[in-house]
Design a protein around this ligand. Sequence first.
Ligand SMILES: [Zn+2]
Length: 467
Amino acid sequence: MVLPDSKAKRYERHIIMPEIGQLGQKKLLDSHVEVIGNSVSEALSLFYYLTAVGIGTISYNFQNKNGINNMLFNLKDLNPDITIIESDLTDANNNPKVRIIIGNMDFVHNKISLLDEKNKSQIPLIIAVTNPWQGLFYVFREKEKPYTDIFETAYVEFSKNKSFASEGFVLSSCFAGALGATEAVKCCLNLGDSVDNPLFYDLMSMRFSGNKNCNIAANKSPKTSRHFKNRISDSKVLIIGTGGLGSPVAFALALIGVGTIGLVDGDHVDLSNLNRQILHATSRIGMSKVESACWFLKRLNPSIRIIPYYTNITKENALDLIKDYDVIIACLDNLPSRYLLNDTCFFPEKPLVEAGVLRLNGMSQTILPKQGPCYRCIFPEMPSLESIPSPSQAGILGSIPGVMGFLEAAEVVKLLIGADGILKDRILLYDAMDLEFRVPSFRGDYRCPLCGENPSITTLQDYETGL
Ligand SMILES: [Zn+2]
């Protein structure tokens, strides 16, 4: 046995992935990842996911340590197997397996110059520059030339974007954190590929590019106005599922200050959830997930209202559950419930943000009933359950639902503030192994059994939910 029983259980959802396995998990537990960050708040999601996936030693060096004690307390409760220490950047014996720098452009630029000076070149380096709504992400697995040379000129435009948009800032740094944790795991295990060029992302337009010539950097981030703030704090959103996807969605929306967040889940916290479900913790094992999530979210942002619904979504309760909410968010790990939710939101025309994760891939779309394609336009009929492995059979790397959940959160905020760039006629596909995002367009299908010209589905069906 590579891992003792207690640890194997904690990671059981992904140790069965052939790409990782128990040997890989042992390697992660033996790994040391160093995070150099501008502030704790910018690196929160990065720390939660590094902890959840089981990186054995995480060291930190923050310019602004505000909020560190609270974060350390929560991380220890999320995964007691992890050691978290303050790192001494001047110590010559400080040799992490992977180093991550996260912060704004000036901060990152300054830190990579220092690394160049000290010639700390052998350690893979992950760089996450976070701007509101946007970011630049780079993975140097092997250093070929000084980091500063690569950074010096190409990104001047990017760093000029100083518009202040706090919700966009939370989204960008949360997204970069989950992405950073995923790339750190890949570096530790020598898995997959990373981009050759920096990855630019813009969560407002949902554009991603590894191409330096892409003009993503020229996109204007919307400025936060009091109007947006009020809209966000007056909004009501309903998150169906508080597991792997629901955790990052609720985490980001609570930080942003969405006024009312409803949570639907009939499950209880289990040890095996904690490799990815960052709302929950070891001390709350056995508690209902909605209660555990309330406990966590109220401490994250005491000014918002959380409404728990301790139930699974069913044909009988679905329409009633969604009726008072502005946006519905599907964070489900089973197909029958995803079909049920698609159909439920269609009749009263509620916007539905939808995502799914399987193994090392994720997909997401936003469904605006009667304004764009629905879930059944792509997958008209539910496949037989035997033909599709459930996430618990196929395995999930804990930070991948994090990436997808934060993308869902970005869609929700855009819907609430009335922004363009919604994924309503596009589908987002994430391939973690290659660090690739694709966003192909697609149209509604006139033959769709729900939203097509001659619908055969005019009322809720029988779905085998609650699986
Ligand atoms: Zn349809």
